[in-house]
Design a protein around this ligand. Sequence first.
Ligand SMILES: Cc1cc2nc3c(=O)[nH]c(=O)nc-3n(C[C@H](O)[C@H](O)[C@H](O)COP(=O)(O)OP(=O)(O)OC[C@H]3O[C@@H](n4cnc5c(N)ncnc54)[C@H](O)[C@@H]3O)c2cc1C
Length: 404
Amino acid sequence: MQKTYKVAIIGGGFSGLISAETLSCKLGGENVLLLEKNDRVGKKILATGNGRGNFTNLCLSQEKYHSICGANISQILNKYGNKSIVDYFKGLGVDFSTEDGKVYPSSFQANSLLDALRLKLEYLKTDIRTSSKVEKIVKTKNGFKIVSSQEYFAEKIIFACGGKAGKQYGTDGTSYALLEDLGHTVTKLYPSLVQVKTDTAKIKGLKGLKQEADLSVIIDGKSIVSFRGDVLFTDFGVSGNAVFYASAHLQANKPCQLSISFLPDKSREEIENFIFEKFKNLPYVNLDDCLTGVLNKQIGKAIIKDCSLNGKTFLSAKKIAEKIKDFRLDVKGTLGFDNAQVTKGGIKFNQVDEKTLQSKTASGLYIVGEALDVDGDCGGYNLQWAYSSAKTACDGVIDCYENR
Ligand SMILES: Cc1cc2nc3c(=O)[nH]c(=O)nc-3n(C[C@H](O)[C@H](O)[C@H](O)COP(=O)(O)OP(=O)(O)OC[C@H]3O[C@@H](n4cnc5c(N)ncnc54)[C@H](O)[C@@H]3O)c2cc1C
């Protein structure tokens, strides 16, 4: 007779591994099956935080998250927030350190997170099958049949297949179809935390230059959000951590602009006065060179070029200062899912019970992590969501067994 597992977890990424560990502790590793399509689990975890594993943030709140259909995840974050994930990893022997509010393992190595989970799962004897891509999930009378390289049966499923971002880690978006077959709907999907394509005429010649600045997203003429960080100029547009942060706030259905403030700690008036004094006191400095000593030379030239100036007048000083504080680039798109860290959009949140994340169309199936229509800002919020959602779904599963 074919074995029926209590729970099968599909996807061995961050949320899948945490689900497997939590459920194996409660239900016994022999009752928990983890299916991962890659030849090893947790490939993406190793790449997080530039290999340093930024797994949460001290500034956690619902405002750091986005959802196309307006998911409310505040209850989940209240129960399983940043203290909870830090305690969870401490319980697995991983201490933490912080840098600018970002929380890392104190080794500053992402593999510490993966190793801690893997070692525990080995100890718990969880049934882990790698190179096992799930091709179909079929609802049966008492649970589910799962079709992979072989067939498996389970009473419950945790679906932890991630989204469409970063196909090199196993997430190419094809697994949403497994849930569509069970009656779920996927929102439109967009890449997030990604480099941004812009008009390039204004930034020609700046390729490779990195500058700390305040970067704002402008929609309908208004600044909706602003980040301090690096802006790296490229031949397609802009990259750098400020750009990754900003990309989460772009709206695909509206024209968006990025505004760069190159001297974020100086006011427009201060800059304007400094330049006008320079015009007056240094008559031998021509307009093209007037930003030498104020800004990076190439950036200064790009700004002057974009100003259409008419002589060394007060009006010119004003225009230059305005441009330094608000250098606009029209957004033309992003570098797409292959370069993105996260998927914006996913399985519609109103199709799961918001307390347990159990599917409303296939009872006994729980959906967690990036597969759902929830995406976080840059800074540890996405691994936090993977954790919080996994823990929530595990509570739902455990409740079913405890209340039988
Ligand atoms: C380069 C990079 C850096 C990042 N850095 C950070 C960071 O520093 N901090 C942060 O918070 N977030 C970061 N993220 C985002 C974060 O890694 C993800 O949001 C998070 O891992 C999502 O967790 P998940 O468990 O939902 O899915 P994933 O971790 O993506 O795991 C899904 C797993 O399911 C498997 N799978 C898919 N389909 C199937 C199938 N049909 N059958 C079997 N297995 C399947 C995949 O192979 C994969 O292993 C980064 C992402 C990338 C790409």
